[in-house]
Write a protein that binds this ligand. Structure first.
Ligand SMILES: [Zn+2]
Ligand SMILES: [Zn+2]
Length: 222
């Protein structure tokens, strides 16, 4: 399993970063990205903590842990600068918390995310429009199919719009608790529930992560 979007108690998740990595390792994950919620004030603290924990865990265990951030409910004009700052500090994966229908995310956040060259994944983009999806396709920003309850309501729409625009998709758990980490079977069910065929779902779980890791310049574990 590959999963680039999880949370720890550095934001609103339940576990420490190292325990989350441990649990992901034990259930068979090869790669886990941790992307806690950040704004301008906590970005540096969260990221420096994750960088240290991910480095130690990846060195000692057979799992690749990637430090990241999820830029969350930040005024859209600040998105690009924060994403750039995160990459400069050492974030491997920069995610923007998209316009999920579950929360009052500022309209225009999806657009700000896909326009930024420093953003890798637009998480749960809700009812994303074709223009934003086209820009995502052009800039190589991945649109997320969400395994998270609620955020996943619009997965079918995201798949359709991404397909029409030629945008890349990635499936993530958005785990906040250990029980949210996905088995491959659950991930396949989520993907097929979003309207993908079994073959397409399989490709989403295999090729999607490999392409993303190429984008972020991280070597793939065998
Ligand atoms: Zn959260
Ligand atoms: Zn999240």
């Amino acid at each position: 399993m590959y999963d680039f979007h999880t949370h720890t108690f550095l934001s609103d998740g339940g576990l420490s970063p190292v325990e989350l990595i441990r649990r992901a390792h034990v259930i068979g994950y090869r790669v886990v990205g941790i992307a806690d919620h950040v704004g301008p004030g906590n970005l540096e603290f969260v990221l420096k903590t994750l960088i240290r924990d991910c480095e130690v865990a990846s060195r000692r265990w057979d799992i690749l842990a990637l430090p990241g951030v999820e830029i969350t409910h930040v005024p859209k004009q600040e998105t690009d600068a924060l994403a750039e700052e995160a990459k400069a500090i050492g974030a491997k994966v920069v995610i923007v918390h998209g316009e999920t229908i579950m929360e009052p995310v500022e309209p225009g956040t999806n657009l700000a995310a896909v326009e930024s060259e420093h953003v890798d994944i637009l998480a749960h983009p809700g009812l994303i429009g074709p223009e934003e999806a086209a820009i995502a396709a052009r800039n190589g920003v991945f649109l997320e199919v969400s395994g998270r309850k609620g955020h996943s309501f619009t997965n079918g729409h995201v798949v359709r719009v991404a397909r029409e625009a030629g945008a890349r998709l990635i499936l993530d758990s958005d785990a906040h608790e250990p029980g949210d980490l996905m088995t491959r079977e659950f991930a396949m069910n989520v993907a097929q529930g979003a309207g993908l065929s079994e073959l397409e779902a399989d490709s989403l779980l295999e090729r999607g992560p490999r392409d993303l890791m190429r984008r972020i310049g991280v070597a793939h574990l065998t």
